[in-house]
Design a protein around this ligand. Structure first.
Ligand SMILES: Nc1ncnc2c1ncn2[C@@H]1O[C@H](COP(=O)(O)OP(=O)(O)OP(=O)(O)O)[C@@H](O)[C@H]1O
Length: 275
């Protein structure tokens, strides 16, 4: 597999990464971020800036710490027993591990979409309305309906479901369920959306649809995506970070990472020599 092919050959129907804007502001910043599971030092001294309105892809071999790092960004590691995070992670300059920080508010600002679509066992409408209801974001039914419609539109699902909002979310196809989960994340007006291998359970057509959506969403949100597919990272992201054995080995503009990586380990991974 050639490095150049990865960066220049998007699959049919897939989104193509836009050129970088200069001096894009930093949205999230990690400084000396470490994660321990008991005695295991799983993430080591990570320093990474995630820029606003860009898609940052986290790549690397299995077990290198991609998901662990992703979960640091909205404190999802807090719910894992024996997991300890050190260092500093800021969102718009604010320390998200500060004692006084409200984690519920943080997770509304930094939403998450998981590997396997996981709609609630509720109607399509109620899946999307759930967050706005618990955060008190709508004062009446009409406002709630508007939030639900806008979120489904942004997730590219409205036209397919507008006549069946009372059907179960779990009755949708896998790709539709994942877009429903994206609509559910969007409904609480997040600033950042974290995606942990969001296409791994989807077929190529549903994957292409989600990739197009990711490219549209970055106009309004900052996106961080973990992916095992280097082709997907090359197609959807503007920045790529390569992890190996818990270290952030290299980060840069996506075309640079895939065409002229600086580190031998990055080169070895993207050319398929290990991983
Ligand atoms: N809950 C946990 N308890 C103990 N160790 C864990 C836990 N979650 C992850 N680890 C370990 O931390 C390291 C990093 O795991 P992580 O899941 O972040 O890697 P990854 O790069 O996302 O892997 P994959 O691509 O396979 O999903 C691995 O060695 C893993 O075994």
């Amino acid at each position: 597999m050639s490095m150049v092919t990865l960066a220049t050959a998007p699959a049919a129907g897939a989104a193509t990464a836009m050129p970088l804007k200069g001096n894009t502001p930093v949205k999230i910043s990690a400084r000396d971020a470490n994660v321990y599971y008991g005695d295991k030092h799983a993430l080591k001294h990570v320093e990474l800036d995630i820029r606003r309105n860009e898609v940052t892809a986290l790549i690397g071999p299995s077990g290198c710490g991609k998901s662990t790092f992703l979960r640091c960004l909205n404190r999802m590691n807090d719910v894992i027993e024996n997991c300890r995070v050190t260092g500093t992670i800021t969102l718009d300059g604010e320390d998200i591990y500060a004692r006084e920080l409200d984690v519920v508010v943080l997770r509304a600002r930094v939403g998450m979409v998981f590997q396997k679509p996981n709609p609630f066992p509720k109607t399509i409408f109620d899946n999307v309305a759930y967050g706005p209801r618990i955060h008190g974001m709508a004062t009446n039914r009409r406002e709630l309906e508007e939030v639900v419609q806008t979120s489904l539109e942004r997730a590219g699902l409205w036209k397919e479901v507008k006549d069946r909002l009372k059907d179960a979310g779990t009755g949708l196809s896998g790709g539709q369920q994942q877009r429903l989960c994206i609509a559910r994340a969007i409904a609480v007006s997040p600033e950042v959306i974290l995606m942990d291998e969001p296409c791994s359970a989807l077929d190529p057509i549903a994957t292409a649809r989600i990739e197009e959506l990711i490219d549209e969403l970055r106009q309004n949100y900052t996106i961080v995506i973990v992916t095992h597919s280097m082709q997907q990272a090359a197609r959807v992201s503007q920045r790529t970070a390569f992890f190996h054995l818990g270290e952030l080995v290299e980060t840069g503009d996506t075309p640079q990472i895939f065409t002229s990586p600086k580190d031998q380990r990055t080169q070895g991974y993207i050319t398929g020599r290990f991983g």
